[in-house]
Design a protein around this ligand. Sequence first.
Ligand code: SF4
Length: 403
Amino acid sequence: MNTPYQHQDLERAIASCSASIAHILDRALAGHTLSAIEGEQLFYTQGKDTQALFQVADLIRQQRCGDQASFVITRNINFTNVCHMGCQFCNFGVSKSDASAEFFGTDEVVRRALEAKQRGATEICVQGGLHPDINADYYRQLLIDVKKAVPDIHIHAFSPFEIWYGARKAKLSYRDYLQELMSLGLASMPGTAAEILDTEVRRQLTKNKLSTEAWVEIIETAHQLGLPTTSTIMYGHVDSPRHWSEHIALLRSIQSQYQGFTEFVPLGFIHYQTPLYLENPDKVRTGPTRDEHFKMHAVARLMLQGSIDNIQASWVKMGPDVASQMLRAGANDLGGTLMNESISRAAGATHGQEIQPEDMVSFIHSAGLDAFQRNTLYQPLRHYPKPAFMPAQLGDIPVRMAV
Ligand code: SF4
């Protein structure tokens, strides 16, 4: 098979692999679509096989995205932490009577959006718990008020769980509800609440309140209407590599219909303070290992090439240093600067407040890549070439430290 190897060390790395993994990596390099079973095999690699996987992921990242990586200046606005869904993996949602309960009026959301705009944000990312007192008008009014006050900011808002909730409250179909929200200014949606798109796993995580079928239906409806979304996975709890590769293959199959996903964002499970872990410490994992973080981004790059070509490394979940290293294991984006993220911190993550744009640029440069600020839809806004004394060193990748 002819493979577009650009580097002798990559050829050597693949030559030293086991035959079955070398075959899969060859197929990926030739641009073939990997099956979920092949993806699963890649998650189980060890030693030299894993090293070759990371190098192939880095090369395919370079082929698809160039020697550059991106970030977006955005503000997360979590308008309420009150939620009665009781997802086992979450410790963000509290009851209405909890001392820490918060529920912003739309005026506070507008104030934060205005502040974000003044600080250079091109996007606000608005999500909240499923507050029992929210009526369908709250979501509508939020969009109306933000759009009126900050007309040119991109409103990236409402997870599929919130759309499920809002549509029920409004007694509308997903299609009609989404259409209405789009007419009021909704410009894209976070593809969160995906967790693992497998019914058995979801039963353990969320009692399957938002089913796989409902998540897919809401996302497909959004894409049919021309509303872009992100796509996510939350891994490292009661799941396994089979679930991961099947999840990625399902996202790829959705993408083949409408091309509505802007990116894939792996989100490692953070176990601290979550009922899922606290109530079953012997059955629930404490999040992914460092090695699994790298493999998730690398396997996603191989399985999603030509389908979802933006793979985001979440500094909120992994920390900026590890997230930067993902840029040489398949990822090409560091996500948003954030300005107050509270969901991950509520679950015990130590990261998640804010990164300044200049620090995003430094992190990307440290991976040997040019940086650019992008908008929500990955259009470049401002370029930051890496300094001349920092040569791009494809093949000399920091991920070697992770093996
Ligand atoms: S994950 Fe979202 S829907 Fe589930 S309990 Fe937490 S805030 Fe509520």
